[in-house]
Design a protein around this ligand. Structure first.
Ligand code: SF4
Length: 516
């Protein structure tokens, strides 16, 4: 009985940007007696069904975007006599659907870190249950990944998680519901040990794959102080101290290490935190800007962001403290109008964003937006090939509408075309070359251009385009660009690198006015 772990994907690029961490975490959670799992990441290569034998276990992790391909793999594996087990966010949200469409023997909801070995033990004993709940595992019990199983030379960035959960509640996001609003922090030593292993293997660029690297803002502290809530205040202080302790340890890693993470924009008001990030080699962060107008921010429950000129200034604060920003914007909000597109592109440039992504508002399950949208049809949603659009992920990709949220004044095509034009403008060669001034040498500037073009090919054209010729052409470009890009990210293996001794944190990290 071999264990196979499969990350489904409709698109295979041969190389991938970031390691899908869950594959290597579940490999670590697989007890030794089952042998090393066979890892299949379809963003690299398609699964070869011939590798599946009767009695094997096929673990498939799905999110909404790859659920349909995941179900196809499950049916193939089932037909070959394998035992099919699903997990992941989508399986957590729709366990019945997975049983119905994915030929599943079992579905796991919640975190897989601890429950996976129970599932395997039950399979071994012939007592497999149809449902398992992995719950929300405490940060101290997160599994470190099995990086020894990584294929050589196929990924540009490794990924390590430092915290799960996010205390915010944005309407388009399911993270705070699936991973919870109470952040669960991993210990600094466990995070740094994994990073040292990655550096020994030659990874220099590492994504801190966290829901929100900045889970405690200065406003949160101020509010707890104002409410005279010492328990809450102490909890926030402890969390903040944990972040600073982690960053102090990251700062001891080799100077050429580069981390990238995701944070909320409030971090711009916290220069002490930004300075600690810079010293910790966190050189870039995805910041969810979402909308450039106050009405748009209200529409997505993100009032804690700023709008207009104050927004550009706040975003520039990251760059001024040495943290590059990948700004993320949403188009198609009910408050958007044709002028919003140009205004957003202009703001992205004015705010000195290093990269930007422009996504169309899509109702993803598990979100408040999805629930409202589904309710709006009162059980009578239009369908494609008999599948209601409220289950859009079950519609084959070539028939699937690309844009679902009705807009009060713009047609779906108008939103899509305007969104594509913003990508084209922001990533035009002229603007990319101007932005490349953020690095010094000509070689580095050329590398910056290459990476920008790859990013745009991978995420804009393949994601937004409805035209299959354009999608195929983008795939070819992305494959072609990804090879030189991978070489740019490769580091020299450091087999002798040791885990640094924990150092006392110099900064307390707690502004004095918030102390109890
Ligand atoms: S979008 Fe970001 S800040 Fe908002 S809930 Fe999701 S993870 Fe948290």
């Amino acid at each position: 009985m071999r264990v196979h772990l499969v990350n489904p994907s409709d698109l295979s690029f041969g190389l991938a940007v970031i390691t899908p961490r869950w594959l290597f975490v579940l490999a670590a959670a697989t007890p030794e007696r089952f042998g090393d799992p066979v890892i299949v990441d379809e963003t690299l290569d398609r699964l070869d069904p011939e590798t599946l034998a009767p009695g094997d276990v096929c673990g498939i992790g799905i999110h909404t975007g790859n659920a349909l391909r995941g179900y196809e793999i499950g049916r193939i594996a089932h037909a070959r006599g394998a035992i099919v087990v699903y997990g992941g966010i989508h399986a957590t949200l729709f366990p019945d659907e997975v049983l119905e469409h994915g030929a599943a023997h079992a579905v796991v909801s919640g975190d897989g870190d601890q429950i996976w070995q129970t599932v395997l033990t039950d399979i071994e004993a012939g007592t497999l249950q149809p449902r398992y709940d992995g719950g929300r595992v405490a940060g101290t019990r997160f599994q470190p990944a099995r990086w020894d199983l990584l294929p050589n030379g196929r990924y540009m960035w490794a990924s390590v998680q430092t915290v799960r959960g996010c205390p915010k509640h944005c309407s388009f996001c399911s993270v705070w519901r699936t991973d919870g609003q109470a952040p669960r922090h991993r210990t600094a030593t466990s995070v740094v040990s994994e990073i040292v292993e990655l550096r020994r293997r030659g990874f220099r660029f590492i994504a801190l794959a966290d829901d929100n690297f900045y889970p405690v803002s200065l406003q949160d502290l101020a509010q707890a102080a104002r409410l005279k809530d010492p328990t809450r205040l102490r909890d926030l202080e402890r969390q903040r101290a944990d972040r600073f302790e982690l960053m102090a340890q990251l700062a001891q890693l080799p100077a050429d290490t580069v981390f990238f993470t995701q944070i909320t924009m409030e971090a711009a008001e916290d220069p002490e935190f930004l300075d600690a990030m810079r010293e910790a080699h966190i050189k870039g962060a995805l910041v969810g800007v979402e909308s450039v107008t106050p009405e748009g921010l209200k529409a997505v429950y993100k009032n804690f962001n700023l709008a207009g000129a104050a927004l550009a200034e706040r975003l520039r604060a990251f760059r001024e403290r040495g943290v590059h920003v990948l700004g993320s914007f949403i188009f198609g909000l009910p408050t958007d109008h044709p002028g919003t597109f140009d205004a957003t592109e202009a703001l992205a440039r004015d705010a000195r964003l290093t990269f930007a992504q422009f996504v169309m508002l899509t109702p993803f399950p598990g979100t408040i937006d999805f629930e409202k949208w589904e309710r709006s049809f009162q059980g009578d949603a239009p369908s494609v090939d008999g599948i209601p659009i409220t289950r859009h992920w079950l519609i084959p990709a070539d028939r699937r509408p690309k844009y679902y949220m009705p807009h009060p004044t713009m047609t779906p095509d108008e939103v899509r075309e305007r969104t594509q034009r913003v990508w084209d403008g922001f990533y035009s060669t002229r603007h990319v070359w101007e932005r490349s001034r953020c690095v010094l040498s000509i070689r580095a500037r050329l590398a910056f251009v290459l990476v920008s073009k790859l990013y745009r090919q991978m995420y804009a054209n393949t994601g937004i385009s409805t035209d299959s010729a354009r999608r195929s052409s983008s795939m070819r470009w992305a494959r072609w660009l990804s090879r030189p890009c991978r070489r740019l990210f490769a580091g020299t293996p450091m087999p002798d690198l040791q885990v640094p001794e924990p150092r006392p944190v110099v900064r307390a990290g707690i502004p004095v006015e918030f102390r109890v």
